[in-house]
Design a protein. Sequence first.
Length: 456
Amino acid sequence: MHNDFLEALAAIVGKSHVLTGENDTAPYTTDWRKQYRGAAVGVVRPATTAEVSVVVRLCAEADIAIVPQGGNTGLSGGSVPTGKRSEIVLSLTRMNHIRHLDALNDTLTAEAGCVLADIQRAAGDAGRLFALSLAAEGSCQIGGNLSTNAGGVNVLRYGNARDQVLGLEAVLPDGRVWDGLRGLRKDNTGYDLKQLFIGAEGTLGVITAAVLKLHPKPAASATAWVAVENPQCAVELLSHVRKTCGDRLTAFELLSSACANAVFAHRPDIRNPLPGGSWYVLLELADSGTSEALHERLVQALDTSLTANAVVAKSDAESKALWRIREAVPEAQFANVKHDISVAISKAPEFIERAGAALKAAFPGAPIYCFGHVGDGNLHYNVGDAALLAAHRDAVNRIVYDVVAALEGSISAEHGLGQLKREEITRHKDPLELELMRSVKRALDPQGLMNPGKVI
């Protein structure tokens, strides 16, 4: 049925880069958590923006939808087809070149398929820092990071993905290319169009390249693993450390004992620096100067009644060992009912208390794994064993999301809406806000071809 269409795609990108076989397409049509699968007409892997443009134009003419895809590491089903209509997966993996690095302007221009860790490495080789950092950085791609407005561990100091972008290049749903690749920090000439595409999850167009903001590479760092009595102590400790250390504080992660213990059970090679704690904080400072001076500053900041106990890393190896605990949390409690929420930092302890009490009343004995970037109010709040709670997933979600709503929070902090929360978001967004979002979608994508079934 689609033979002529597939042959036309092959003429654009090369026959070997149009995949149609079930085994070949499966990695692209199944999400990372293997919760979403959808059939596709094919997987197309262009190598240039020009090829993307022609492919998109061809799809528009054939009325075939497009699912832009980066590293396919998302957790909300936003990067795979729904299978409800004719769709292709547009994989940006081959567009993996760093086009330009301007050290004096502190910018790096990268194509959408660049792996995040490769961008970090290129910046580091130039004595600079690209601040976006998250657990999947060895496989996720910058196009996907921008499409979901990814967060990560450094949001506290540097902001979300949208804060790391100065310019953007995108292919519109009709195949036209918008070249907004400008490395300007001041450009007050109307609407900031790049922000439409960042966080839109591919529903408005295809991000093909970006001008990314770099920072001076810190010469020193200091890392600590801290036991605290409860989340309220953690939030007060955050305020205390920010007051005493200022913008040197780059990361402040909260982990419940359930999360930490899951890691130690899953990874026997990782040891617990402070056994017996109820809650833990992993925090890091970064600055110019010497690590010894920063280490001393951190020790002084932690000399407070808010901490039950603390271990400060004495070397880079010890710091990496502490971070391995945090990085192993997702894999150590993979199969459960997951939530990616945010509330005002001051309300995080109240959310944890209220949601925990409600869930324990409804599902006695179900374990709760709470961890995340409490420094920016983002908590990953995962409940129970997915197999045991599979039939109650909606009820679990309702309890968690109702507490989030009561505290004026967000049901999606950094993972995006995708397919997972597309319907749920209508309960939480103001009708006018939804109307405005749909108006933007219709204006840019009147045929509804871009990543259908996601976001709105």
